[in-house]
Design a protein around this ligand. Structure first.
Ligand code: KIV
Length: 276
């Protein structure tokens, strides 16, 4: 596989070849994803929930995100690495957004940043793009401001709210974003937005009509506990497998089955005798 670029993603859209994206938060997962040939690795602020055990993505800070983003960057050679800007880095004080976006690019080595839609999203997007930063948009259900959207609910179900989402997508495209995440919107609406845009749409809970798909890594691996939204497909049960392995380790240590001879280092008998 060769290096994924914004141009190669556009080519995929034109050729109607689906774009693949997952979230990653650490070096080993990112490097496995890269070797598996994924197009985009997103260091999502879902890190707050699935890695840090926090209730809200609003609780993760810029410095924390940057630590994990650097680890992901070290694991990726070919895929496009997108850093998800946390709430505090651009929605609390929009004056800080450029300085913080530059940290994701210059300090953490991201190829692009992702911003969720909010009132000032167009202004922030414009500011970043004017400085040469590649931006991915995110509309529909935007978890950082879910409280303003009536909670974690499907967005754009009626013609008025759907029209608003189409307008947001068109505006972001006009401002120069290279791609837009569509989260939790009806499949028909996602299909319409995808047809209207020249840039790729990446869906999560937005149906098969998007140019690409993204899911949270921990959700597809079965590491997210009981809560599983309708749009998630769990591909394996890693938490079950991990528990089994950990229980077996515990039992083998307790019964002295581990460590065995092959896990131990030896010394010459002559040398050992000198110690007694
Ligand atoms: O933070 C995240 O994981 C995301 C996506 C799933 C799109 O923003």
């Amino acid at each position: 596989m060769s290096k994924v670029t914004i141009e190669s993603l556009l080519d995929k859209k034109k050729a109607r070849r689906p774009i693949t994206m997952l979230t990653a938060y650490d070096f080993p997962s990112a490097s496995i994803m890269d070797k598996a040939g994924l197009d985009i690795v997103l260091v999502g602020d879902s890190l707050a929930n699935v890695v840090l055990g926090l209730e809200s993505t609003r609780s993760v800070g810029t410095d924390e995100m940057l630590t994990f983003t650097k680890a992901v960057r070290r694991g990726v050679k070919e895929a496009l690495v997108v850093g998800d800007m946390p709430y505090e880095s651009y929605q609390v004080n929009i004056e800080d957004s450029l300085k913080n976006a530059k940290r994701f690019i210059d300090e953490a080595g991201c190829d692009a940043v992702k911003l969720e839609w909010f009132k000032e999203a167009p202004a922030v997007t414009k500011k970043l793009i004017n400085e040469g930063i590649q931006v991915m948009g995110h509309i529909g259900l935007t978890p950082q401001t879910a409280d303003k959207l009536g909670g974690f609910k499907v967005q754009g179900k009626d013609a008025d709210t759907a029209t608003k989402l189409i307008e947001e997508a068109l505006l972001l495209e006009k401002l120069g974003v290279f791609s837009i995440v569509l989260e939790c919107i009806p499949d028909t609406l996602a299909g319409i937005i995808t047809e209207k845009l020249a840039i790729p749409t990446i869906g999560i809970g937005a149906g098969p009509g998007c140019d690409g798909q993204v899911l949270v890594l921990h959700d597809i691996l079965g590491l997210s506990g009981e809560f599983r939204p309708k749009f998630v497909k769990q591909y394996t049960d890693l938490s079950g497998q991990m528990r089994k392995a950990i229980e077996q380790y515990k039992s083998e240590v307790e019964s002295r089955l581990f460590p065995a001879k092959e896990h131990s280092y030896t010394m010459e008998e002559e040398e050992a005798k000198k110690l007694i």
